[in-house]
Design a protein around this ligand. Structure first.
Ligand code: HXC
Length: 258
């Protein structure tokens, strides 16, 4: 396998870290970057030494959107045929938690990528927006759908139709980010949160993530039924026995992921 050259991949204990690394282009997401990012996340997902992941950019930009220069001359037929956006969906299949650590610009496809993660830690410098309207297009990877579910219709309308940007405090206030932290600590805080998650019972963690995501895909009745089935299923895991016995015996549980 060839080494990626638009991302940097690191491990920190049980946490896998991917840094988007096109600083010369504000981490604009071209086809190579999205392919390399998704492959790195999938590799972490199937590595039992990793329990959670962090995706980050650099201080100036998480990512300033899809690479405009890559698509400027494409026709609609080209866009349908290339289907550049399809690889973005691969993040939805990742079973372990993924945290976005966002500093600086988080725009367009960059914001859509961050919103596809499970939690988001924002530096106080983070700025979120969907500026596609300025390019004569619309968001294409969830900016009209996932963003609307997160912030509600009226704010989504303002962001998507009129390029309203959100600062880090607003991102927390409107449900995009979990926490705002000082600029020098955003990555450290995201890695610490990921390490906490990575120390939890792996099968329960994956089931929990899957069920919260399921809430967006089903009716309440179906979602509640699926949740109950999943809750009962976890009683066939060793970790359920260990977790409940450890509670009764007043000791710390030791998770096996079985
Ligand atoms: C390609 C980009 C880029 C992008 C920045 N660059 N964003 N290249 N695609 N999305 C490049 C610039 O061309 C420039 O290259 C270099 O990065 C530095 O950017 P500057 O503009 O000089 O920096 P600054 O003045 O600090 O402004 C930062 C910025 C601005 C506000 C983030 O770059 C900007 O508005 N970028 C575009 C944001 C955007 O429209 N995103 C939506 C993209 S469409 P050179 O070679 O000149 O140094 C999209 C659709 C999603 O995301 C569809 C689903 C995936």
């Amino acid at each position: 396998m060839t080494e990626p050259n638009t991302i940097l991949v690191e491990t920190h204990g049980r946490v896998g870290l991917v840094r988007l690394n096109r600083p010369e282009a504000m981490n604009a997401i071209n086809s190579q970057l999205i392919e390399e990012l998704m492959s790195a996340l999938e590799a972490f997902d199937s590595n039992s030494a990793i329990g959670a992941m962090v995706v980050t950019g650099n201080e100036k930009a998480f990512a300033a959107g899809a690479d405009i220069k890559e698509m400027v001359d494409a026709s609609a037929a080209d866009m349908h045929a290339r289907d550049h956006i399809a690889p973005f969906d691969r993040i939805l299949k990742i079973r372990k938690p993924v945290i976005a650590a966002v500093s600086g610009w988080c725009l367009g496809g960059g914001s859509e990528l961050a919103l596809s993660c499970d939690m988001l830690i924002a530096s106080e410098t983070a700025k979120f927006g969907q500026p596609e309207i300025n390019l004569g297009v619309i968001p294409g990877a969830g900016g009209t759908q996932r963003l609307t579910r997160a912030v509600g219709k009226t704010l989504a309308m303002e962001m998507v139709l009129n390029n309203r940007t959100l600062n880090a405090q607003e991102a927390v206030q409107f449900g995009i980010a979990n926490h705002v932290v000082p600029a020098e600590r955003y990555l450290e805080e995201a890695l610490a949160l990921a390490a906490e998650l990575a120390a939890r019972a792996p099968l329960a963690l994956q089931a929990a993530k899957q069920m919260v995501n399921h809430a967006f895909e089903s009716s309440l009745t179906d979602g509640l039924a699926e949740e109950r089935r999943t809750f009962y299923d976890l009683f066939d895991t060793r970790d359920q026995k260990e977790g409940m016995r450890a509670f009764a015996e007043k000791r710390k549980a030791e998770w096996k992921g079985e």
